[in-house]
Design a binder for this molecule. Structure first.
Ligand code: CA
Length: 197
């Protein structure tokens, strides 16, 4: 189960979301401002998905989304109060994974969240890939090593490993890896790819 970061300045809405997320089994970290959310992400590298409100005091949700994208590969679900914001989310090319419009039912949010997680981290909970003595658990997006060490994969590391595992024993080109990570053979991404590897 992934750790969720929720950014929402309205306390009543935030607590309502937090209660529902926890009830559904998610671990939650919460922020009331964009600045706080970015700080929390730095100290919680195991956050697997971020839910961002747009209208906030200080920097807005769009800016938070942009800064998160510059720093980490965590999937993002935007929360918008108005439909015109939806057009903006699409138009800005911020790399948000999905959005949900206020007001929403807790069930809607949980479904949307599960869909994002499934899309980014893949389905097949419980599936395990063995690499020597290490185990990759696709369902939780973690790598376990003998001796008890467990590391959480980032979304990009996950996609990379998934692509390589699907082609085990075969050559996988840089273009094919870029395709898997950025949905296109993007020139100039080779260095970024190497960093993820
Ligand atoms: Ca707000």
């Amino acid at each position: 189960m992934k750790k969720v970061l929720i950014l929402e300045d309205e306390v009543s809405i935030r607590s309502f979301v937090v209660i529902n997320l926890k009830r559904a089994g998610y671990e939650v970290v919460e922020a009331g401002t964009g600045e706080e959310a970015l700080e929390l992400l730095k100290v919680n590298p195991d956050v697997g998905v971020a839910i961002l409100d747009i209208m906030l005091p200080g920097i807005d949700g769009f800016e938070v989304c942009r800064r998160i994208r510059d720093q980490v590969d965590v999937p993002i679900l935007m929360v918008t109060a108005r439909t015109e914001s939806v057009d903006k989310i699409r138009g800005l090319g911020l790399g948000a994974d999905d959005y949900i419009t206020k007001p929403f039912l807790p069930q809607e949010l949980l479904l949307r969240l599960a869909a994002v997680l499934r899309r980014v981290y893949g389905a097949g909970a419980g599936e395990v890939l063995r690499l020597g003595a290490a185990e990759v658990h696709w369902g939780t997006g973690t790598v376990r090593r003998p001796g008890g060490g467990e590391a959480a994969l980032t979304a990009k590391e996950y996609a990379l490993l998934k692509k390589l595992a699907a082609n085990r024993g075969n050559i996988v080109t840089i273009d094919a890896l870029c395709q898997a990570l950025w949905e296109g053979p993007m020139v100039g991404y080779e260095n970024t790819l190497m960093v993820h590897i």
